[in-house]
Design a protein around this ligand. Sequence first.
Ligand SMILES: [Mg+2]
Length: 461
Amino acid sequence: MSARVLVVDDVWVNRRLLEAKLTAEYYEVAMAASGAEALAMVAKWSPDVVLLDVMMPEMDGFETCRALKNNLATAHIPVVMVTALIDRSERVRGLEAGADDFLSKPVDDATLFARLRALLRTKQVQDAWRLRAETARQLGVEPPSRPLAAVAGSAVLVLADPAEAAEVGACLHADGAVPTLVGTVEEAVAALAAPGGRFDLAILCLPATGTEHLRLASRLKAQHATRDLPVLLVADPAQRDLVLRGFEIGASDYVLRPTDGNELRARARNQIRRRRYEERLRTDLDRSLELAVSDPLTGLRNRRFVQHHLEAALRAGDVSVLMIDVDRFKAINDGHGHAAGDTVLREVADRLRSQLRAADVVARYGGEEFLVVLADAPPEEAVAIAERLRAALERTPIPTDSGEASVTVSIGLAITPVGVSAGEAVAAADKALYRAKELGRNRVEVAHSPLRAPPPTQSSG
Ligand SMILES: [Mg+2]
């Protein structure tokens, strides 16, 4: 994967050193010599990761990090603080500023590349969600903004021996998170599989031989239900190789023993917040997308959706388009009232839907107009379906609060070969519908001259 890394350091030789390491591993590298330069560069170059020196004159690393994380346009870009300080309170300060990780100077290559890979993986997931949010925005749906801190009530699975479990559990309690403490890998698997076994974070505290724990981590990442569950490792400094392997497998973060409570809490909070934001994005987007493509009165797809769908269907194969109009709808509205008119439209929608196959799409196209797209229906079958829809309305009057309404529909059918435009297909169906109206309503008319696909373009070569 070729990813873009922005290296920020006020000392020229430090920048060059990191640049050499990164380019040797095929990363794209840009450099900035100050916090202000870094902010400008991020806006201009959209890096995938920022490696940020802490000690810089004027705007230091903490301030630069806060500025990046407080800006919605750049908050998703992972920031790794590079520091000679190993002071724990400084680390916590960095985490509170929104840093995603720390590397100590001089930078160890294996750790650097393992961390970069882990952060880039997380960013890929976030990028996929951002793309989806962008699609929603194009459909007129505003995705939720990044939420504030709340970690309270989140569920955390802790796999550790009893003494360490108690220690980690107490840290989580302090933030209002709800830990489930387990002592063995088997118990962890059972807790994950239990009904309601939904977790926001898994903390795996590695014992002297941690291979079984890593196998669990790898299993979590392989299974669909737990793939997005962040995994935080707690390990001894001597277990560096295990931690690096953990990152290869998909662990999101780690804390070294002796565990500093504030650091563990800050790292756990970062993971939980990210996870919760992704979940919220997913449910909110699904719901708003559903609203954006549905007609509120009938629950059918709306015009916007069916136009997109028809274009896609016509690129894929032959399609039949049915334009359906309720006959003398104005008279129903005038005679029975607007509430009855709405009842009629809902019932027409239900009857159309009940006569169609799962793969067909029926949409409310306008006031009392409906559009059906049949994929893969031979002409005779399309005509039969249209006739069945017409009969389903004529057969039984529709009960409304102000008496029964006899309702019929007229249908224009266009059988459209692949390659014809959606606009032409709809226009042909519309024209046939007009003829059905002229010929007395309550009937199906098929578009006269079959539409022709455009001749295949001459390909050169
Ligand atoms: Mg410096």
